[in-house]
Design a binder for this molecule. Sequence first.
Ligand code: ADP
Ligand code: MG
Length: 250
Amino acid sequence: MPTATAAAQIHAPALLAEGISKAFMSGDQRTQVLDGLTLSLDAGELTLISGPSGCGKSTLLAILSGLQKVDSGRVQALGSELGQLDLRALERFRLQHTGFVFQGFNLFPALSAFEQVELPLNHMGLSRNEARRRAQQSLEEVGLAHRMRLRPSELSGGEKQRVAIARALAKEPELLFADEPTSALDAANGQMIIDILHRIARTHGTTVLCVSHDPRLVVHADRVLAMEDGRILSDRRPAAPAASDQEIPS
Ligand SMILES: Nc1ncnc2c1ncn2[C@@H]1O[C@H](COP(=O)(O)OP(=O)(O)O)[C@@H](O)[C@H]1O
Ligand SMILES: [Mg+2]
């Protein structure tokens, strides 16, 4: 990338969506999911998106991470216009710059925690040693160094989600997306997960976008966007301290 372009992008938001619209057809029924939605996210923050089921939160994450195309509007991520990238470039963008955490953890039953984290790093073309180093470090960061030889069936729900976070974190992505990461967890584990995501944003400068309708998590976010009718209805910064600096047990 030319230096002048890089310099011009220093103050650009990490993620920018302008007037994005998306509709789905099912038979002759057309559902307008996103309707001219605009948002801008800065690096180093945890932003929470809340909104009723079916309002388009997962679709928004898929679009912002380059997995789905918009009907109109534009998405700029880390200075790249996603709409101008071909499929291969989009795939590379997602592999190199984004991490994803899902409600259902999406872990391979046969792999140990360590292997789950190491696997995508090999796909990224990192050396074996570097992949191992990062896997170890990420699992330590989520407090699972002592559990990394275990398989998902031997881990609790909260631990499984921490493995999934370590897997995303080990890629060292600038953009981290989490789709209802606490929905399958009890309150204590849910809070731990959101604390970890918040810490990642602060310590790594990662842009973290988390979808959740769990009202208990709101005070842990830097910023809360409420989504309704395909748009952002409100945009606020909770006044309460954003992070409880509670220790992650190890
Ligand atoms: N691939 C698709 N094909 C058709 N309809 C879809 C598709 N993906 C999502 N939808 C519809 O779009 C709406 C929003 O879905 P979604 O983004 O999953 O909402 P949320 O994550 O907020 O629950 C829903 O009505 C859903 O049925
Ligand atoms: Mg969803």
